[in-house]
Design a protein around this ligand. Structure first.
Ligand code: 13P
Length: 266
């Protein structure tokens, strides 16, 4: 069975609640009636409920940008999958390079170089498992740094991330999860990964899924590419056999550009 393309917009730390509602309303009009592409938007936590109201009963699904592996309790600042589901989410991104601390560091006089956030492959795996247990579906992100690519270590890094992040799911879960290949150097830089190379790495990921869960799961699992996807380059990327969708940042903040990306997946 062909895999249904899945285009998700990661709004990151952008849009006020009112702006998010306006964007969602505009997008809803532009993509109404499209049923051969799965569509999701992932607003900030504070905008989820209001944006969720706008897209309820539409063909746009709601996702969170991160979560935690506990339901509730003394975990200041964290948001559980149950809370995301309560706000209307059906998806959650886990392991984005921006939450793994693979993207940004801050130089601290006392402590040296610190990661902004501290996800690692093990916590990403825990978050994805707990998301499933709470009725959400995870988009599990992976990707190499520029230094790792230049050192010829891309495949090794992706394999190491996937072997831990994808460990221990049921076959049924593994079929439903989505994996996002997001080379860190391509995120927000305008430097999109060459489509053949993105397809090659997505194929590598599919091969790892096959080793872990078998051919049927590898054929069913959807793998997105993310990193400077826009309305001009999306069609080329999405024409590749191993690229089943896109996780879009900047271009998801404009309804017309995001709608064009969605339509180019059809
Ligand atoms: P850009 O599309 O802005 O490069 O961001 C990609 C991304 O990180 C999506 O999660």
């Amino acid at each position: 069975m062909p895999r249904k393309p899945f285009i998700a917009g990661n709004w990151k730390m952008n849009k006020t609640i009112a702006e998010g509602v306006a964007l969602a309303n505009e997008l809803k009009g532009l993509v109404a009636g499209i049923d051969d592409v799965d569509i999701a938007v992932c607003p900030t936590f504070v905008a989820l409920a209001k944006v969720g109201e706008v897209i309820e009963h539409s063909n746009i699904m709601l996702g969170g940008q991160n979560t935690f592996w506990k339901e509730s309790g003394a975990w200041t600042s964290q948001i559980s999958p149950q809370m995301l589901a309560d706000a209307g989410c059906s998806w959650v991104i886990v392991g984005h390079s921006e939450t793994r601390g693979r993207f940004g560091t801050v130089d601290d006089e006392l402590e040296g170089v610190l990661s902004y956030f501290g996800d690692n492959d093990t916590t990403v795996n825990m978050k994805a498992k707990y998301a499933f247990a709470s009725g959400l579906l995870p988009i599990i992100a992976c990707g190499e740094l520029l230094s790792e690519r230049e050192a010829g270590k891309t495949d090794e890094i992706i394999a190491a991330q996937m072997n831990v992040c994808l460990d221990g799911f049921t076959k049924e879960q593994a079929m439903k999860m989505v994996i996002a290949y997001e080379p860190v150097w391509a995120i927000g830089t305008g430097q999109v990964c060459d489509s053949d190379e993105a397809d090659r790495v997505c194929g590598l990921i599919r091969g790892i899924v096959k080793e872990m869960y078998g051919e049927d799961v590898a054929e069913a699992v959807r793998i997105q590419y993310g990193g400077s996807v826009n309305d001009k380059n999306a069609a080329e990327l999405l024409s590749k056999p191993n690229i089943d969708g896109a996780l879009v940042g900047g271009a998801a903040l404009k309804a017309d550009a995001f709608a064009t990306i969605i339509k180019s997946a059809k």
